[in-house]
Design a protein around this ligand. Structure first.
Ligand SMILES: [Zn+2]
Length: 376
Protein backbone atom coordinates (compact mmCIF):
# COMPACT_ATOMS: atom_id res chain seq x y z
CA UNK A 1 0.00 0.00 0.00
CA UNK A 2 1.33 3.44 -0.92
CA UNK A 3 0.70 5.07 2.45
CA UNK A 4 0.81 8.64 1.15
CA UNK A 5 -1.53 7.87 -1.73
CA UNK A 6 -3.89 6.25 0.77
CA UNK A 7 -3.60 9.30 3.03
CA UNK A 8 -4.37 11.55 0.07
CA UNK A 9 -7.53 9.55 -0.64
CA UNK A 10 -8.60 10.01 2.99
CA UNK A 11 -7.85 13.74 2.82
CA UNK A 12 -10.17 14.02 -0.18
CA UNK A 13 -12.85 11.99 1.60
CA UNK A 14 -12.57 14.08 4.78
CA UNK A 15 -14.13 17.06 3.07
CA UNK A 16 -14.03 19.27 6.17
CA UNK A 17 -10.88 18.14 8.01
CA UNK A 18 -8.75 17.68 4.86
CA UNK A 19 -8.81 21.34 3.77
CA UNK A 20 -8.69 22.50 7.40
CA UNK A 21 -5.38 20.72 8.04
CA UNK A 22 -3.96 21.75 4.67
CA UNK A 23 -4.80 25.35 5.47
CA UNK A 24 -3.22 25.23 8.91
CA UNK A 25 -0.07 23.53 7.63
CA UNK A 26 0.31 25.96 4.71
CA UNK A 27 -0.24 29.03 6.89
CA UNK A 28 2.55 28.13 9.28
CA UNK A 29 -0.02 28.53 12.07
CA UNK A 30 -0.33 24.89 12.95
CA UNK A 31 -0.76 24.54 16.73
CA UNK A 32 2.09 22.57 18.34
CA UNK A 33 -0.27 20.06 19.94
CA UNK A 34 -3.29 18.51 18.29
CA UNK A 35 -5.86 15.91 19.16
CA UNK A 36 -7.26 14.01 16.20
CA UNK A 37 -10.57 12.84 17.61
CA UNK A 38 -13.46 11.05 15.99
CA UNK A 39 -14.89 7.64 15.27
CA UNK A 40 -12.88 4.54 14.43
CA UNK A 41 -11.95 4.17 10.78
CA UNK A 42 -12.23 7.84 9.87
CA UNK A 43 -8.63 7.93 8.64
CA UNK A 44 -7.16 9.83 11.59
CA UNK A 45 -3.89 7.87 11.65
CA UNK A 46 -3.21 8.29 7.96
CA UNK A 47 -3.94 11.98 8.27
CA UNK A 48 -1.31 12.26 11.02
CA UNK A 49 1.27 10.73 8.68
CA UNK A 50 0.13 13.00 5.89
CA UNK A 51 0.67 15.99 8.16
CA UNK A 52 4.36 15.07 8.33
CA UNK A 53 4.47 15.05 4.54
CA UNK A 54 2.79 18.45 4.43
CA UNK A 55 5.34 19.92 6.86
CA UNK A 56 8.53 18.24 5.72
CA UNK A 57 8.09 17.83 1.98
CA UNK A 58 11.04 19.22 0.08
CA UNK A 59 8.98 21.19 -2.35
CA UNK A 60 5.38 21.61 -3.38
CA UNK A 61 3.90 24.11 -5.73
CA UNK A 62 4.70 24.92 -9.36
CA UNK A 63 8.44 24.35 -9.13
CA UNK A 64 7.96 21.34 -6.98
CA UNK A 65 10.57 18.64 -6.75
CA UNK A 66 7.88 16.45 -5.30
CA UNK A 67 4.72 16.63 -7.38
CA UNK A 68 1.44 14.80 -7.11
CA UNK A 69 3.17 11.43 -6.87
CA UNK A 70 5.09 12.71 -3.84
CA UNK A 71 8.47 11.45 -4.88
CA UNK A 72 10.80 13.86 -3.07
CA UNK A 73 13.30 12.44 -0.60
CA UNK A 74 11.29 13.41 2.46
CA UNK A 75 7.97 12.08 1.14
CA UNK A 76 9.63 8.85 0.06
CA UNK A 77 10.85 8.27 3.61
CA UNK A 78 7.52 9.25 5.12
CA UNK A 79 5.79 6.83 2.78
CA UNK A 80 7.77 3.95 4.28
CA UNK A 81 7.42 5.40 7.80
CA UNK A 82 11.19 5.75 7.94
CA UNK A 83 11.63 9.52 8.07
CA UNK A 84 13.81 10.36 11.08
CA UNK A 85 11.52 13.25 12.04
CA UNK A 86 8.35 11.17 11.98
CA UNK A 87 7.84 9.45 15.30
CA UNK A 88 4.96 7.02 15.45
CA UNK A 89 4.03 5.72 18.86
CA UNK A 90 1.74 2.71 19.09
CA UNK A 91 0.55 1.12 22.33
CA UNK A 92 2.40 -2.12 23.07
CA UNK A 93 2.21 -4.72 25.85
CA UNK A 94 3.89 -3.65 29.06
CA UNK A 95 7.67 -3.78 28.97
CA UNK A 96 7.87 -4.66 25.28
CA UNK A 97 8.69 -1.42 23.53
CA UNK A 98 12.08 -2.56 22.29
CA UNK A 99 10.68 -5.41 20.28
CA UNK A 100 7.04 -4.35 20.15
CA UNK A 101 7.27 -0.97 18.48
CA UNK A 102 9.43 -2.13 15.54
CA UNK A 103 7.10 -5.10 15.12
CA UNK A 104 4.05 -2.85 14.79
CA UNK A 105 5.84 -0.46 12.43
CA UNK A 106 6.92 -3.30 10.20
CA UNK A 107 3.41 -4.62 9.90
CA UNK A 108 1.95 -1.11 9.25
CA UNK A 109 4.44 -0.55 6.45
CA UNK A 110 3.02 -3.63 4.84
CA UNK A 111 -0.61 -2.68 5.46
CA UNK A 112 -1.31 0.53 7.33
CA UNK A 113 -4.64 -0.89 8.55
CA UNK A 114 -3.10 -4.04 9.99
CA UNK A 115 -3.71 -4.68 13.66
CA UNK A 116 -3.72 -7.36 16.30
CA UNK A 117 0.05 -7.89 16.39
CA UNK A 118 -0.21 -8.76 20.07
CA UNK A 119 -3.41 -10.79 19.98
CA UNK A 120 -5.69 -10.08 22.89
CA UNK A 121 -2.91 -9.01 25.22
CA UNK A 122 -3.36 -5.69 26.97
CA UNK A 123 -1.49 -2.78 25.42
CA UNK A 124 -0.73 0.65 26.71
CA UNK A 125 1.25 3.76 25.97
CA UNK A 126 3.49 3.64 29.00
CA UNK A 127 5.82 6.21 30.44
CA UNK A 128 8.76 4.55 28.67
CA UNK A 129 7.12 5.32 25.32
CA UNK A 130 6.58 8.94 26.30
CA UNK A 131 10.23 9.17 27.38
CA UNK A 132 11.14 7.95 23.92
CA UNK A 133 9.20 10.88 22.48
CA UNK A 134 10.81 13.39 24.80
CA UNK A 135 14.24 12.09 23.97
CA UNK A 136 13.57 12.25 20.25
CA UNK A 137 12.32 15.82 20.51
CA UNK A 138 15.24 17.00 22.60
CA UNK A 139 17.28 16.77 19.40
CA UNK A 140 16.49 19.18 16.60
CA UNK A 141 14.66 17.80 13.61
CA UNK A 142 17.21 15.74 11.73
CA UNK A 143 16.21 16.36 8.16
CA UNK A 144 12.84 18.01 8.05
CA UNK A 145 11.53 21.38 9.02
CA UNK A 146 9.37 20.07 11.83
CA UNK A 147 9.28 16.80 13.68
CA UNK A 148 5.90 15.11 13.90
CA UNK A 149 5.08 12.86 16.82
CA UNK A 150 1.88 10.88 16.48
CA UNK A 151 0.65 8.91 19.46
CA UNK A 152 -1.93 6.42 18.27
CA UNK A 153 -4.74 5.18 20.52
CA UNK A 154 -3.63 7.91 22.90
CA UNK A 155 -6.46 7.02 25.31
CA UNK A 156 -4.38 3.94 26.17
CA UNK A 157 -1.73 6.18 27.72
CA UNK A 158 -1.32 5.44 31.41
CA UNK A 159 -1.89 8.26 33.89
CA UNK A 160 1.84 8.31 34.55
CA UNK A 161 2.51 8.62 30.82
CA UNK A 162 -0.13 11.33 30.43
CA UNK A 163 1.45 13.34 33.22
CA UNK A 164 4.84 13.11 31.52
CA UNK A 165 3.17 14.13 28.28
CA UNK A 166 1.58 17.06 30.01
CA UNK A 167 4.99 18.41 30.97
CA UNK A 168 5.98 18.21 27.33
CA UNK A 169 2.81 19.98 26.22
CA UNK A 170 3.36 22.77 28.72
CA UNK A 171 6.49 23.75 26.82
CA UNK A 172 6.25 22.15 23.41
CA UNK A 173 9.41 22.37 21.32
CA UNK A 174 8.88 24.90 18.52
CA UNK A 175 10.24 22.48 15.98
CA UNK A 176 7.69 19.77 16.71
CA UNK A 177 4.03 18.96 16.29
CA UNK A 178 2.50 16.44 18.64
CA UNK A 179 -0.66 14.67 17.50
CA UNK A 180 -2.70 12.58 19.89
CA UNK A 181 -4.95 10.28 17.91
CA UNK A 182 -7.94 8.80 19.68
CA UNK A 183 -11.55 7.73 19.43
CA UNK A 184 -12.00 8.57 23.08
CA UNK A 185 -10.69 12.10 23.73
CA UNK A 186 -12.61 12.20 27.02
CA UNK A 187 -10.25 9.57 28.41
CA UNK A 188 -7.36 12.02 28.14
CA UNK A 189 -6.61 14.17 31.16
CA UNK A 190 -8.57 17.44 30.92
CA UNK A 191 -5.28 19.28 31.41
CA UNK A 192 -3.93 17.59 28.29
CA UNK A 193 -7.01 18.30 26.22
CA UNK A 194 -7.01 21.94 27.21
CA UNK A 195 -3.50 22.30 25.77
CA UNK A 196 -4.34 20.67 22.47
CA UNK A 197 -6.22 21.95 19.47
CA UNK A 198 -8.87 19.32 18.82
CA UNK A 199 -9.70 18.34 15.26
CA UNK A 200 -12.91 16.33 14.95
CA UNK A 201 -13.07 13.75 12.20
CA UNK A 202 -16.35 12.68 10.63
CA UNK A 203 -17.26 9.12 9.60
CA UNK A 204 -16.37 8.51 5.95
CA UNK A 205 -18.97 8.43 3.20
CA UNK A 206 -19.80 4.96 1.85
CA UNK A 207 -18.68 6.00 -1.64
CA UNK A 208 -15.25 7.00 -0.35
CA UNK A 209 -14.87 3.69 1.47
CA UNK A 210 -15.85 1.75 -1.65
CA UNK A 211 -13.29 3.67 -3.74
CA UNK A 212 -10.63 3.07 -1.11
CA UNK A 213 -11.26 -0.68 -0.99
CA UNK A 214 -11.15 -0.82 -4.75
CA UNK A 215 -7.95 1.20 -5.10
CA UNK A 216 -5.90 -0.06 -2.16
CA UNK A 217 -7.27 -3.54 -1.53
CA UNK A 218 -8.07 -4.53 -5.12
CA UNK A 219 -11.67 -5.31 -4.22
CA UNK A 220 -13.94 -5.64 -7.23
CA UNK A 221 -16.27 -2.62 -7.68
CA UNK A 222 -19.58 -4.28 -6.85
CA UNK A 223 -18.18 -6.09 -3.82
CA UNK A 224 -16.48 -2.88 -2.66
CA UNK A 225 -19.87 -1.15 -2.69
CA UNK A 226 -21.44 -3.94 -0.69
CA UNK A 227 -18.67 -3.92 1.91
CA UNK A 228 -18.77 -0.13 2.11
CA UNK A 229 -22.47 -0.32 2.98
CA UNK A 230 -21.64 -2.75 5.79
CA UNK A 231 -18.73 -0.58 6.94
CA UNK A 232 -21.01 2.16 8.33
CA UNK A 233 -18.57 5.00 7.78
CA UNK A 234 -15.68 3.05 9.28
CA UNK A 235 -13.02 2.18 6.73
CA UNK A 236 -11.33 -0.22 9.14
CA UNK A 237 -14.58 -2.14 9.34
CA UNK A 238 -14.74 -2.29 5.56
CA UNK A 239 -11.24 -3.78 5.54
CA UNK A 240 -12.18 -6.17 8.36
CA UNK A 241 -14.79 -7.71 6.10
CA UNK A 242 -11.96 -8.90 3.84
CA UNK A 243 -10.82 -11.07 6.72
CA UNK A 244 -12.32 -14.56 7.00
CA UNK A 245 -12.46 -14.48 10.78
CA UNK A 246 -14.39 -11.23 10.89
CA UNK A 247 -16.66 -12.28 8.06
CA UNK A 248 -17.48 -15.48 9.97
CA UNK A 249 -18.15 -13.46 13.09
CA UNK A 250 -20.49 -11.14 11.21
CA UNK A 251 -22.36 -14.07 9.67
CA UNK A 252 -22.78 -15.66 13.09
CA UNK A 253 -24.06 -12.35 14.47
CA UNK A 254 -26.56 -12.10 11.60
CA UNK A 255 -27.66 -15.70 12.12
CA UNK A 256 -28.27 -15.06 15.82
CA UNK A 257 -30.26 -11.91 15.07
CA UNK A 258 -32.31 -14.05 12.69
CA UNK A 259 -32.98 -16.65 15.39
CA UNK A 260 -33.91 -13.90 17.86
CA UNK A 261 -36.40 -12.34 15.45
CA UNK A 262 -37.86 -15.80 14.77
CA UNK A 263 -38.01 -16.52 18.52
CA UNK A 264 -36.09 -19.83 18.20
CA UNK A 265 -35.26 -20.41 21.85
CA UNK A 266 -33.83 -23.92 21.60
CA UNK A 267 -31.49 -23.04 18.73
CA UNK A 268 -30.35 -19.96 20.60
CA UNK A 269 -29.39 -22.03 23.64
CA UNK A 270 -27.30 -24.24 21.35
CA UNK A 271 -25.70 -21.11 19.88
CA UNK A 272 -24.85 -19.88 23.37
CA UNK A 273 -23.23 -23.25 24.19
CA UNK A 274 -21.25 -23.28 20.97
CA UNK A 275 -20.08 -19.71 21.24
CA UNK A 276 -18.91 -20.41 24.76
CA UNK A 277 -17.20 -23.50 23.41
CA UNK A 278 -18.89 -26.04 25.65
CA UNK A 279 -21.03 -27.91 23.17
CA UNK A 280 -20.28 -31.61 23.67
CA UNK A 281 -23.30 -32.71 21.71
CA UNK A 282 -22.33 -30.99 18.48
CA UNK A 283 -18.60 -31.49 19.03
CA UNK A 284 -18.03 -28.13 17.50
CA UNK A 285 -16.27 -25.17 18.94
CA UNK A 286 -15.97 -22.08 16.85
CA UNK A 287 -12.98 -21.09 18.89
CA UNK A 288 -14.34 -17.77 19.99
CA UNK A 289 -12.53 -16.00 22.77
CA UNK A 290 -14.32 -13.79 25.25
CA UNK A 291 -13.19 -10.76 23.21
CA UNK A 292 -14.49 -12.36 20.00
CA UNK A 293 -17.87 -12.91 21.62
CA UNK A 294 -17.94 -9.28 22.77
CA UNK A 295 -17.15 -8.26 19.20
CA UNK A 296 -19.93 -10.51 17.90
CA UNK A 297 -22.38 -8.87 20.30
CA UNK A 298 -21.25 -5.46 19.05
CA UNK A 299 -22.05 -6.59 15.52
CA UNK A 300 -25.51 -7.60 16.74
CA UNK A 301 -25.92 -4.05 18.06
CA UNK A 302 -24.96 -2.68 14.66
CA UNK A 303 -27.50 -5.01 13.00
CA UNK A 304 -30.29 -3.97 15.36
CA UNK A 305 -29.21 -0.33 14.89
CA UNK A 306 -29.58 -0.78 11.14
CA UNK A 307 -33.02 -2.33 11.73
CA UNK A 308 -34.01 0.84 13.59
CA UNK A 309 -32.80 3.04 10.78
CA UNK A 310 -34.57 0.83 8.29
CA UNK A 311 -37.82 1.11 10.25
CA UNK A 312 -37.44 4.88 10.29
CA UNK A 313 -36.69 4.96 6.57
CA UNK A 314 -33.18 6.24 7.14
CA UNK A 315 -31.13 3.56 5.35
CA UNK A 316 -29.71 3.93 1.89
CA UNK A 317 -30.74 1.40 -0.76
CA UNK A 318 -27.32 -0.28 -0.64
CA UNK A 319 -27.55 -0.63 3.15
CA UNK A 320 -31.04 -2.03 2.91
CA UNK A 321 -29.82 -4.54 0.35
CA UNK A 322 -26.99 -5.91 2.47
CA UNK A 323 -29.18 -5.90 5.56
CA UNK A 324 -31.88 -7.92 3.82
CA UNK A 325 -29.18 -10.29 2.51
CA UNK A 326 -27.74 -10.69 5.98
CA UNK A 327 -30.83 -11.44 8.02
CA UNK A 328 -33.50 -12.03 5.37
CA UNK A 329 -36.04 -9.56 3.97
CA UNK A 330 -38.96 -11.03 5.93
CA UNK A 331 -37.12 -10.88 9.23
CA UNK A 332 -36.07 -7.33 8.45
CA UNK A 333 -39.73 -6.43 8.04
CA UNK A 334 -40.66 -8.36 11.21
CA UNK A 335 -37.96 -6.59 13.21
CA UNK A 336 -39.88 -3.31 12.91
CA UNK A 337 -42.39 -4.57 15.51
CA UNK A 338 -39.66 -5.20 18.09
CA UNK A 339 -38.51 -2.96 20.91
CA UNK A 340 -35.20 -2.51 19.09
CA UNK A 341 -33.68 0.07 21.48
CA UNK A 342 -34.57 -2.34 24.30
CA UNK A 343 -32.80 -5.16 22.43
CA UNK A 344 -29.71 -3.02 22.05
CA UNK A 345 -29.77 -2.13 25.73
CA UNK A 346 -29.85 -5.81 26.68
CA UNK A 347 -26.92 -6.61 24.40
CA UNK A 348 -24.90 -3.69 25.80
CA UNK A 349 -25.49 -4.94 29.33
CA UNK A 350 -24.28 -8.40 28.30
CA UNK A 351 -21.08 -6.89 26.85
CA UNK A 352 -20.56 -5.05 30.12
CA UNK A 353 -21.04 -8.32 32.05
CA UNK A 354 -18.46 -10.04 29.87
CA UNK A 355 -15.99 -7.24 30.53
CA UNK A 356 -16.61 -7.80 34.24
CA UNK A 357 -15.65 -11.43 33.71
CA UNK A 358 -19.13 -12.94 33.98
CA UNK A 359 -19.54 -16.56 32.88
CA UNK A 360 -19.61 -16.66 29.09
CA UNK A 361 -22.24 -19.33 28.49
CA UNK A 362 -24.52 -18.11 31.24
CA UNK A 363 -24.36 -14.51 30.02
CA UNK A 364 -25.09 -15.53 26.45
CA UNK A 365 -27.97 -17.89 27.21
CA UNK A 366 -29.48 -15.30 29.56
CA UNK A 367 -29.16 -12.64 26.86
CA UNK A 368 -30.54 -14.74 24.02
CA UNK A 369 -33.55 -15.89 26.05
CA UNK A 370 -34.08 -12.34 27.26
CA UNK A 371 -34.13 -11.15 23.65
CA UNK A 372 -36.82 -13.70 22.79
CA UNK A 373 -38.80 -12.57 25.82
CA UNK A 374 -38.53 -16.03 27.38
CA UNK A 375 -36.48 -15.19 30.45
CA UNK A 376 -38.32 -14.97 33.67
ZN1 LIG B 1 7.53 15.71 -1.03
Amino acid sequence: MDILAAAEAIARAQTRVGPLLDGLAASGKLPPALVFAGPEGAGKELMAVRLAAALDCEGRGPESTCGAARRCGACSKIRTLEHPDLHLIYPVPHGEIDAGLPLVLESRREDFFARGEFGNRGRSVGIDLVRLVIEALSKHPFEGKRAVVAIFEAHLATVEAQNALLKLLEEPPASAVIVLVTEYPDRLLPTIRSRCHEIRFDPLAAGAIADFLEEFYSVEKKEAKRLAALAQGNIRRGIDFLDERFLGLWKDAAAIVGLVVDGKKKELITEAEELAGYSESRRRNRGYSREDVAELLEEMIILFGLCIRNRDGRVEESEKGVLADSIGAERLAASAARDLPGDIGKISSAIESLRRNADLELTLSHLFLDLTGAWY
